[in-house]
Design a protein. Structure first.
Lengths: 113, 114
């Protein structure tokens, strides 16, 4: 069975600082990994995904994530936070034979001026 | 990228009435769509998997008679909340399975039952 753990329900960073949102997963087979963002009262938007190939994945809005199999992690980073990055971020995993997504609990990113 | 349109984006209804939410894949065909529910400050909870032309598969604890799902075509799935009650108030989101193992999400529907 698959599972996803996001460390920290809330993360607060200053504008211009590094953003790091942590995601660890468990899967008995090679996973697909995703990061989604949800702005208030809006649907989910895909930030980036890892399926195969290069383990460092670049997404939209300057975000990137690195798949580390040895650490079973897929942490999301951005070098410099903007006020517009304030949102809730969800990490998710799926198994290739079944596109059903297993979700982390989400991390709310707060940007301080 | 592929677009999934969900309608309505928000709805207020009286207790005891039914509400239908539509999920459409606008530029691709989706044999499988998923319906999620999100409680405040919590993650998404998968309610059911909707398969075109067959009965939906419901997750444990989800009442199939209360949350009716119909996936009559390759571009449309509907979720009907029957005899809604205030505890059904939530944010409902659909997703459609696209190519490359990517799920495309609708905008979500905020249901408030008064």
């Amino acid at each position: 069975a698959q599972s996803v753990t996001q460390l920290g329900s809330h993360v607060s960073v200053s504008e211009g600082a590094l953003v790091l949102l942590r995601c660890n997963y468990s899967s008995s087979v090679p996973p697909y990994l995703f990061w989604y963002v949800q702005y208030p009262n809006q649907g989910l938007q895909l930030l980036l995904k890892y399926t195969t190939g290069a383990t460092l994945v670049k997404g939209i809005n300057g975000f990137e994530a690195e798949f580390k199999k040895s650490e079973t992690s897929f942490h999301l980073t951005k070098p410099s936070a903007h006020m517009s990055d304030a949102a809730e971020y969800f990490c998710a995993v799926s198994v290739r034979s079944n596109y059903q997504l297993i979700w982390g609990a989400g991390t709310k990113l707060i940007i301080k001026p | 990228g592929a677009v999934v349109s969900q309608h309505p984006s928000w709805v207020i209804c009286k207790s005891g009435t039914s509400v239908k939410i539509e999920c459409r894949s606008l530029d691709f065909q989706a044999t499988t769509m998923f319906w999620y529910r999100q409680f405040p400050k919590q993650s998404l909870m998968l309610m059911a998997t909707s398969n075109e032309g067959s009965k939906a598969t419901y997750e444990q604890g989800v009442e199939k008679d209360k949350f009716l799902i119909n996936h009559a075509s390759l571009t449309l799935s509907t979720l009907t909340v029957t005899s809604a009650h205030p505890e059904d108030s939530s944010f409902y989101i659909c997703s459609a399975e696209g190519q490359g193992a990517e799920a495309f999400f609708g905008q979500g529907t905020r249901l408030t039952v008064v």
